[in-house]
Structures are given as structure tokens and as C-alpha cells.
Design a protein around this ligand. Structure first.
Ligand code: PRT
Ligand code: MG
Length: 215
């Protein structure tokens, strides 16, 4: 399904507030798309832009693939970390925007002896973590958390965490060390499958201008 909320000549772009939006705004501006209000100040969830037929919807980072798969937005910008956890497949991923770059890392207080028991790993990224250890042939127990992962090894909730690392300051501040690099993460442009057909010219135009800015 393409967006029923946007008309056929309109494009809805879903993006999360925070670091992705901050880094996406200059790319969108270079493609001629600028929000009419400051998204950091406005409480509106739907923002008009300098292009009368393009709107931004401001949602939680983890909700971007859902909005795009269901056609509530034609296009979205989401971290690869979020996309890897998302179970659906109803979208295309045509462009690496190379913004909000970070690394998904295994971290802890140091090596743990797991000869007599399974390792316990706390993370928001359960599916990705399970796949990572399965590929290494290591059986682990996952403790699903929604935030403050760094706390888990400090309070004995888990041996390790799998979390995003940018500068490394958060790990350091909590006495944790990065132990294994799980994967690099950047934000991607994703596109609803039906929108790609129905709004082909508009969407390939957008992909083309963003690709030119990224390169
Ligand atoms: O806030 P909300 O709950 O709505 O969602 P969110 O927290 O997932 O959103 P947001 O805006 O914080 O970030 C969303 C996306 O930004 C992620 O999905 C990543 O793709 C990307 N990104 C890039 C990051 C980081 N870098 C990052 N460093 N997301 C989070 N972090 C956190 C990390 O989890 C850790 O707590 O920053 C901390 C580590 O940073 P350093 O610099 O101390 O290493
Ligand atoms: Mg956040």
C-alpha cells in the first residue's frame, strides 16, 4: 500500500528527531527540502517543507520502518541498527546516507569465563545479537533492555552488552571496554514498495539528488 495520507503527487518522509534528523537536515536542504518550522522547537508531528508537495513526519527512530512498510510514509530515514532488528521486509533500501555513523559493539568490564555457563548479554538489539553469536557458534542468553544498557554489567544483570558506540565516552564513563566490533552502522533511505511504483519519478528524483549530495 502506498501512502493514503499523502496525495498521489505528494511525498511523505518519515524521520526521527535527534541525531538522525540533525544530520539529515543538511542533506534534505541540499536537495531543496527545508522544514517550514524548526523541528527541534515545534511540537507538530507533521511539518510542511519548502516544497509544497513534500511533508516530514517526525516519529520514534524504531517506528520508521513500520511507517514506511505500511505506506503511512512513502520514504523514511532510519539507522541500519533499527532496520536489522525490524522483522518486516516491505520496503526498499536504495541509499546509504552515511549519516549518524557509529558502531555496534560488544562491550563489558573485561573477558568473562563462560566455561561453566552461558554468557548473558544485555541489549536492545536482540535479533542482531542472536545472529552475531549464532554465526560464531556461541550459545548466549539475551536480556532485552530498552535503554541504559551500560548499566547492566555494573549491576550484575549481564556479562556483556551489545550497544551503539560513537566516541566511546559512554563506555569509558561507565568503566566498560569495547571488546568486539559487531558491525558498522549508518542511516539509510528506505522506500515503500508501492510508492516506488506509483510515485516513481518523484522518488527516483529524490534518491538521485540525495545520492549526489552524499557523494
Ligand atoms: O530517542 P528514541 O528512544 O526515540 O530513539 P533513539 O534513542 O534510538 O534515537 P536517537 O535519536 O538517540 O538515535 C537514533 C539513531 O542514531 C540510532 O538508531 C543509530 O542509528 C544512530 N546513532 C548513531 C546512535 C549513536 N550514533 C549513538 N552513539 N544512537 C545512539 N547512540 C548512543 C548509544 O546507544 C550510547 O548510549 O550514544 C551512546 C554512545 O555514544 P558515545 O559517543 O558515548 O560512544
Ligand atoms: Mg535517544
Amino acid at each position: 500500500m502506498a501512502s493514503t495520507f499523502a496525495g498521489l503527487d505528494e511525498l511523505v518522509i518519515a524521520v526521527s528527531k535527534g541525531r538522525i534528523l540533525r544530520e539529515a537536515l543538511p542533506l534534505l536542504a541540499a536537495a531543496g527540502i527545508e522544514p517550514c518550522e524548526d523541528p527541534d522547537v515545534s511540537r507538530k508531528l507533521i511539518l510542511e517543507t519548502s516544497k509544497p508537495n513534500i511533508k516530514l513526519v517526525i516519529i520514534r527512530a524504531a517506528d520508521v520502518p513500520t511507517f514506511v512498510e505500511y505506506g503511512a510514509a512513502d520514504v523514511g530515514i532510519a539507522g541500519k541498527d533499527v532496520l536489522l532488528e525490524y522483522e518486516g521486509n516491505g520496503y526498499y533500501e536504495p541509499l546509504d546516507l552515511k549519516i549518524a555513523a557509529c558502531r555496534l559493539m560488544l562491550a563489558g568490564r573485561g573477558p568473562v569465563d563462560n566455561s561453566s555457563r552461558r554468557l548473558r548479554v544485555a541489549t536492545k538489539y536482540a535479533a542482531t545479537t542472536r545472529r552475531y553469536f549464532a554465526e560464531k557458534g556461541v550459545q548466549i542468553e539475551i536480556v532485552k533492555l530498552y535503554g541504559s544498557m551500560e548499566l547492566a554489567p555494573l549491576v550484575g544483570l549481564a556479562d556483556y552488552i551489545v550497544d551503539l558506540v560513537d566516541t566511546g565516552n559512554t563506555l569509558k564513563a561507565n568503566g566498560l571496554i569495547a571488546m568486539e566490533h559487531v558491525r558498522d552502522v549508518t542511516s539509510r533511505l528506505i522506500v515503500n514498495k508501492a510508492s516506488m511504483k506509483i510515485k516513481h519519478a518523484q522518488i527516483t528524483g529524490l534518491i538521485g539528488s540525495l545520492a549526489a549530495v552524499v557523494a
